[in-house]
Design a binder for this molecule. Structure first.
Ligand SMILES: C[S@@+](CC[C@H](N)C(=O)[O-])C[C@H]1O[C@@H](n2cnc3c(N)ncnc32)[C@H](O)[C@@H]1O
Length: 274
């Protein structure tokens, strides 16, 4: 039996999705780590820890698809968008937004100090080795920064932003043998009115697009660099089992809060069939 079947018993997926999810989650929990925070609900598990340590505990092919957005090594949270540096960096804006939400409460003081200096180095070769070992297929953002093999299928995210001194697109490498794809949505304003809780937060709609294009029903998804949790929310909205790992405690707690809000909103709408 392959390691993946052990983690996600595929024969149960179509027949009884509810019970399959709990079986999958409880089996996954056996790869638990004592020195970390682990949060679980009935479709997702998140770990506040280093993804290298997490992946080291997994069998080969544990996940169907890894959708990851690792560090590019370009100090992106501190970049200033447009105007030759006259505008504030996303990191500064995030901090201020948190401050404006009610500075003075303990929670906001803590979040106000969120670290934005993690994007100094790209991931090691060992990271990619492990990623390819623990997942059957991969979608990797930052494709233009990493040494990855040639592929037929890249995904281009057109951020619809006019400033030429800042990336106007992001490129994801995929392991899929499919035509290259284009997703177009502004990373700020316009169609993307999501509240920012992370300096390099990607839209939920982008992850939904990727899941709908590349994941089959019942596929399990891994995100090794969870950040704001947009990938987790998209997996939840599309009904996929999901595991996310985030090393930073503040980002981890912030995405837990964001996820809980989305989840309760969806449960409310579902309850009244809205
Ligand atoms: C580029 S951001 C991900 C942004 C995410 N895609 C989003 O939409 O919000 C990378 C994240 O990985 C986290 N990180 C950095 N090194 C890590 C590691 N070794 N293990 C797990 N998370 C890590 C950082 O704290 C940061 O939140």
């Amino acid at each position: 039996m392959s390691a993946c079947r052990c983690v996600r018993p595929s024969h149960q997926v179509e027949r009884n999705r509810g019970s399959c999810v709990s079986v999958w989650i409880s089996q996954l929990a056996s790869y638990s780590h004592t020195k970390t925070t682990k949060k679980m609900d009935n479709t997702s598990v998140t770990y506040n820890m280093d993804c290298m340590a997490f992946m080291a505990s997994l069998p080969d092919n544990a996940f169907d698809v890894a959708i990851v957005d690792p560090l590019y090594g370009i100090n992106s949270p501190k970049m200033k968008m447009g105007g030759h540096g006259k505008y504030e960096s996303t990191a500064t804006k995030c901090r201020k937004a948190r401050f404006d939400q009610g500075a003075g409460t303990l929670k906001n003081r803590v979040l106000n100090t969120m670290k934005c200096d993690w994007d100094q180095f790209p991931p090691s070769e060992k990271y990619f080795e492990e990623l390819f070992r623990v997942s059957k297929n991969q979608i990797i953002f930052g494709a233009n920064y990493f040494k990855l093999p040639p592929t037929r299928c890249i995904v281009v995210w057109d951020k619809v932003q006019p400033w030429e001194n800042f990336s106007q697109v992001e490129i994801a490498w995929t392991s899929f043998n499919a035509p290259a794809k284009l997703f177009r949505q502004s990373s700020r304003g316009g169609a993307n009115l999501e509240k920012k809780i992370h300096p390099t937060q990607k839209p939920i709609a982008l992850y939904k697009f990727l899941i709908e294009k590349f994941c089959k029903s019942g596929d399990s998804i891994l995100d090794t660099h969870l950040g704001s949790g947009s990938s987790r929310i998209a997996a939840f909205l599309t009904g996929h089992n999901f595991v996310g790992v985030e090393i930073d405690k503040q980002y981890f707690e912030a995405q837990e809060e964001r996820f809980a809000a989305v989840k309760s909103q969806k449960e409310y709408l579902d309850k009244f069939d809205l």
